[in-house]
Ligand binder design. Structure first.
Ligand SMILES: Cc1ncc(COP(=O)(O)O)c(C=O)c1O
Length: 263
């Protein structure tokens, strides 16, 4: 398979990503003031492009940032054509300075299962549900989890309500047998993968304490880059990964969504 061409488009001008230059000042960089999306291209087709652009629009509207959807769509399509059908990620960024930045990136390589460590995190409230460029707290949460020997963080509110991972949604099967995930009201992002799984599987959505997850019989992360990824431990406590019928059901449901929505 061919390599992903690492290219970036800034306001429609395409260069090698390593050579892309952003005119300064721009609070997108200086203050993390802007919005972004990460999409996945399967053989040249972007999954859920409309949903991603709508979420970008909602994020931008929430912070009073104007976005121009037509040039974003045209520039994304033009850049993606350069990937020549090779599976890749497409990052779309709009900065406070008004720059449209679109980049092609290699797919992330995720292990089939992953260990998590809980990290206390308070949603910012005014940025809840906004996929803003201010992701330093999310990135730091992952580093904190790694320092404790886990591969990824599981964000938990100070009042003990479980949220999500820094870049993915969490699902788990509680002792009662219900497949559960956190509600948007808790402060989590409106994940597109989460949304599709809720649509196709029987999921209880709400605000749940972390202890419900710690005693779960299955847990998994869901996101554009991970699709469905089994969680094998949290804070060193094993989560049974086999059998995992509800994880398998969600993975199959998401695979069917991809098949139905991609040409
Ligand atoms: C905080 C957060 N939660 C969840 C997700 C998963 O969202 P999606 O399924 O739309 O990729 C992301 C995506 O990056 C995220 O940043």
């Amino acid at each position: 398979m061919n390599e992903v061409p690492l290219l970036t488009s800034i306001d429609g001008v395409v260069t090698a990503s390593g050579e892309a230059l952003l005119p300064m000042p721009d609070d997108g960089l200086l203050r993390g003031d802007g919005v972004f999306e990460v999409l996945r291209s399967y053989e040249g087709t972007l999954f859920a492009l409309g949903d991603h652009l709508e979420r970008l629009g909602r994020s931008a509207a929430a912070i009073g940032l104007e976005i121009q959807r037509d040039p974003l769509e045209a520039e994304t399509a033009a850049l993606l054509a350069r990937a020549d059908g090779v599976d890749c990620l497409v990052r779309i960024v709009v900065t406070r300075g008004g720059r449209r930045i679109i980049g092609l990136e290699k797919l992330l390589v995720h292990t089939p299962s992953i260990s998590l460590a809980t990290v206390t995190y308070s949603p910012t409230v005014i940025l809840n549900g906004v996929k803003s460029l201010s992701y330093a707290a999310n990135m730091e949460a992952t580093r904190i989890a790694k320092r404790s020997g886990a591969a990824e963080a599981l964000l938990v509110r100070p009042d003990g309500i479980v949220l999500e991972a820094p870049t993915s949604a969490l699902f788990w099967v509680s002792e009662s047998g219900s497949l559960k995930t956190t509600s948007l009201e808790t402060g989590v992002l409106d994940s597109i993968t989460r949304d599709r799984i809720i649509e196709h599987c029987d999921v209880e959505v709400g605000a749940f304490p972390i202890r419900d997850v710690m005693t779960s019989s299955e847990a998994f992360l869901a996101s554009t880059t991970r699709e469905v990824q089994t969680v094998d431990s949290i804070d060193g406590e094993k989560i049974p990964t086999s059998p995992a019928p509800r994880t398998l059901e969600a993975a199959k449901a998401f695979a069917a969504v991809l098949q139905a929505e991609l040409p």
